[in-house]
Ligand binder design. Structure first.
Ligand SMILES: Nc1ccc2nc(N)nc(O)c2c1
Length: 373
């Protein structure tokens, strides 16, 4: 355990990076995938199952937790780690993105964002300072600045305005965060699909000498090649000795292509959301358990997996659970999918260490071209 927050770069293979982030609550091996624990739960999984898949860190959401059960209440109950029984590192998002995607009535000004709760319609104000205060009340180990993510496509002027306000908010968040040894506040690079704005945002954030950098404003519906082009522009500007987190990404293919461009951390609802909808990720591609062709298939999803959900249950049984809308179906497929993502990340880390990342990436997504198997 380290009393300070420290990122160590251990090896590189091209632009792919192998590293580790040490902090008081534990070490995060990078490249890392963070299971999404939005409302203090990784949906349909026990936290010891999440840990058992190899996850070193999970993500929590300021927006959801401030609405319900409330940040001050979580603090009174000992903080998010105690509340959710996850003693390892937690990264929290700052809430602005969720306000814009979930709340109906909202207004965004220089001061911050005012909005009505999608839960009960109550009115809230969230400034950069309040977002950092909430993340502190939750006890978050890695906190995000409050930012503005514009939906794409958007006019250059709109993207520029939002990017520049996000930079001013980054300064305010840095001041509000102060000096919290063992914890970090990450800046968030914005700039839409505009290379010049991405470069300007990344270099301004670099000058703030933050402990880590997120790349936001992507995975918002743009084609994959646009996302990758923005990484090609952004990563070279960011300091090599700090972690880089691509927000909201992604499919296995997105992750492999982003690791190849220098990204260290990922989060995405895909494995758990897909699990709740009957979709299994495996080493040989996707399996849609809703499909009747699995009704008599006694094979497990992956007989070589170390996850019981992949190894010990027949596809026929999983198909039955999914078609019957039994809760166990969502539980087993979410478990399988998070385990698959962690196995993918472990394979990525090992391949970078061995200098064979591009061969691993090639083989890892080969099966994906076949689609449903
Ligand atoms: N695709 C995403 C996902 C989460 C985000 N969170 C913040 N704070 N900002 C963004 O731009 C995000 C983009």
């Amino acid at each position: 355990m380290s009393e300070t927050f420290q990122f160590t770069l251990q090896a590189t293979d091209g632009k792919a990076r192998l590293g580790a982030i040490t902090m008081p609550r534990g070490t995060v091996r990078t490249p890392a995938f963070m299971p999404v624990g939005t409302a203090a739960t990784v949906k349909a999984l026990y936290m010891d199952q999440v840990r058992g898949t190899g996850a070193d860190i999970i993500l929590g959401n300021t927006y959801h937790l401030m609405l319900r059960p409330g940040a001050e209440r979580v603090a009174r109950l000992g903080g998010l780690h105690e509340f959710a029984r996850w003693p390892h590192p937690i990264l929290t998002d700052s809430g602005g993105f969720q306000v814009m995607s979930l709340s109906k009535l909202r207004k965004l000004t220089e001061q911050g964002v005012t909005f009505r709760s999608h839960v009960d319609g109550a009115r809230y104000e969230m400034s950069p300072e309040r977002s950092i205060e909430i993340q502190g009340l939750l006890g978050s180990d890695i906190q995000m600045q409050l930012d503005e993510c514009v939906a794409l496509p958007a006019p250059f002027a709109d993207v520029e305005r939002a990017m520049e306000m996000s930079l001013r908010w980054a300064e305010r968040c840095k001041t509000a965060f102060g000096d919290q040894p063992g914890r970090a506040m990450f800046g968030i690079v914005q700039g839409g699909a505009e290379p010049v704005l991405r470069e300007r945002s990344a270099s301004a954030l670099k000058a703030m000498d933050l402990k880590g950098y997120s790349v936001g404003g992507l995975a918002v519906g743009e084609p994959q090649h646009v996302m990758l082009e923005m990484l090609d522009v952004t990563c070279p500007v960011l300091p090599a000795e700090k972690p880089r987190y691509l927000m909201g990404v992604g499919t296995p293919d997105d992750i492999l292509k982003s690791v190849a461009r220098g990204i260290d951390m990922f989060d995405c609802v895909m494995p758990t959301r897909a699990g709740r909808h009957g979709l299994a990720f495996t080493r040989r591609g996707r399996v849609n358990l809703r499909n009747a062709r699995h009704a008599d298939d006694h094979r497990p999803l992956d007989e070589e997996s170390d996850c019981p959900a992949a190894r010990d249950y027949s596809r026929a049984y999983l198909h039955h659970l999914v078609r019957s809308q039994e809760a166990l179906g969502a539980m087993l497929l979410s478990w399988n999918n998070i385990a698959y993502y962690q196995q993918l990340m472990q394979g990525i880390r090992a391949s970078i260490w061995d200098g064979r990342f591009s061969a691993f990436a090639e083989e890892a997504t080969g099966g994906w071209e076949r689609g449903d198997i």
